[in-house]
Each structure stands twice: as structure tokens, then as C-alpha cells.
Design a protein around this ligand. Structure first.
Ligand code: GAR
Length: 211
């Protein structure tokens, strides 16, 4: 059984989607072993506790250096024998040191169709604001492996979502979550834990029988 760590900073609706998928037996080869939060007050922690999942809190600014933070984070991941890290709205930058330890074993959900509206500064509501400012008619979500380029790792799954005339960033964020993120992330976790995703030349391949 694959041990999964879900890293969170906020509301944790993507964490909830993973918990629900696990409870519906849609993720059979893996289980959420720990939820790690970058904030003490993240509502995601309540969701984890309700589901009986162990929680850890690790706050970057309480460490004197990046190295000390990395050591502490790696220690937690080691302790739970983690084989897959899921960034589900995790707002602390993960250093190259940690990324290299978990090459092709760390995935992120991004609320846009990468390579649009991604990279440094594009997170949370800011992404949806930028989408509305540009006036694109389609946006969506992307689940991808994490490498050292911000939002630049191999793409696993994507789903398009319509932008509607009266959208506000909040309304659009909710639609992207409902129609794309909450479906894609559990699906990607299930595929990964079943060993159905491979990476070749910076691109993913998903085994035929998988979808
Ligand atoms: C989600 O929309 C996720 O895609 C986004 O933060 C939100 C977290 O919501 N992540 C990023 O913007 C990363 N660049 P949640 O805490 O309710 O899952």
C-alpha cells in the first residue's frame, strides 16, 4: 500500500475530494497517511482530523534557514514512509533539495490549463483574476508532477472549464474546482498508486486500460 502525504495551506477542498474518493474505494492502492499543513489555522486540518488522518504542521518562517526547514520536512515524510506527495493548495515553495528526493513522486494541482496562467505569482484567486482580465473563454485545471521549474513538470491530467460572462474570480474558482480539480486530483492519485503513470522525456504516459 502506497503511503500518501497531502500538503495543504487553506480550505482543503481538494484534500476533501481525496478523502471522499478514498472512502468510495476509488483509491485502492494508496492511503492518505498524513496531512501536512503550512499553517496552524488551515481548515484542511479539521477535515483531516474528522477523517482520522494524522496531521503535522510545518511553518517555514519558524526555521532559521531553508536547509533546516527541508530537513524537518524530509524527516516527517520519512517517518510516514511516504511514496507520493500531493500538493493540494500548498503555498510554501518546496526547495529543489526536497523535489529531488521525490522526483516523479510529487504531484500538484494547478487551477488553470498549464502552460497558461501559471508560474511564479499565479496561485489561488490570482489565477482566476488573470484569466478574467485576459478574457479567455476556456480555463480549467492541471495535475502535474513537480520539478524545479514552477508549474513546469510533466503534465498528468487536464480538464477544460468554460468561463462565463458574469464570472467573478470567486465564482470561476468554484466552477474550476467542482468541474475539474476535485475530479482530476483523485483520478491522478489513483492512477499513480496503481503504477499506471510513467514519465519519458519530460512527458507522461498513462497506461491504456487506465482511463
Ligand atoms: C486550489 O484551487 C488549488 O488548485 C490552488 O489552491 C486552491 C486550494 O484550495 N493551488 C494553486 O494555486 C497552486 N499554484 P483548497 O485548499 O480548497 O484545496
Amino acid at each position: 500500500m502506497l503511503n500518501i502525504a497531502v500538503l495543504v495551506s487553506g480550505g482543503g477542498t481538494n484534500l476533501q475530494a481525496l478523502i471522499d474518493a478514498q472512502n468510495r474505494s476509488e483509491i485502492t492502492e494508496g492511503r492518505i497517511a498524513v496531512v501536512i499543513s503550512s499553517r496552524e489555522d488551515a481548515y484542511a486540518l479539521e477535515r483531516a482530523k474528522k477523517a482520522g488522518i494524522p496531521t503535522e504542521i510545518i511553518i517555514r518562517k519558524t526555521y532559521a534557514s531553508q536547509e533546516e526547514y527541508d530537513t524537518a520536512l524530509l524527516e516527517i515524510l520519512d517517518r510516514y514512509q511516504i511514496g507520493l506527495i500531493v500538493l493540494a493548495g500548498f503555498m510554501t515553495i518546496i526547495s529543489g533539495n526536497v523535489i529531488r528526493h521525490y522526483e516523479n513522486k510529487m504531484i500538484n494541482v494547478h487551477p488553470a490549463l498549464i502552460p497558461s496562467f501559471c508560474g511564479e505569482g499565479f496561485y489561488g484567486l490570482r489565477v482566476h483574476k488573470a484569466v478574467l482580465e485576459k478574457g479567455v473563454k476556456l480555463t480549467g485545471a492541471t495535475v502535474h508532477f513537480v520539478n524545479e521549474v514552477c508549474d513546469g513538470g510533466p503534465i498528468i491530467l487536464q480538464k477544460a472549464v468554460e468561463v462565463l460572462p458574469d464570472d467573478t474570480p470567486e465564482i470561476l474558482q468554484r466552477r474550476v474546482m467542482e468541474q475539474a480539480e476535485w475530479k482530476l486530483l483523485p483520478k491522478a492519485v489513483a492512477l499513480f498508486s496503481e503504477g499506471k503513470i510513467t514519465v519519458e522525456n519530460g512527458k507522461t504516459k498513462i497506461r491504456e486500460d487506465a482511463i
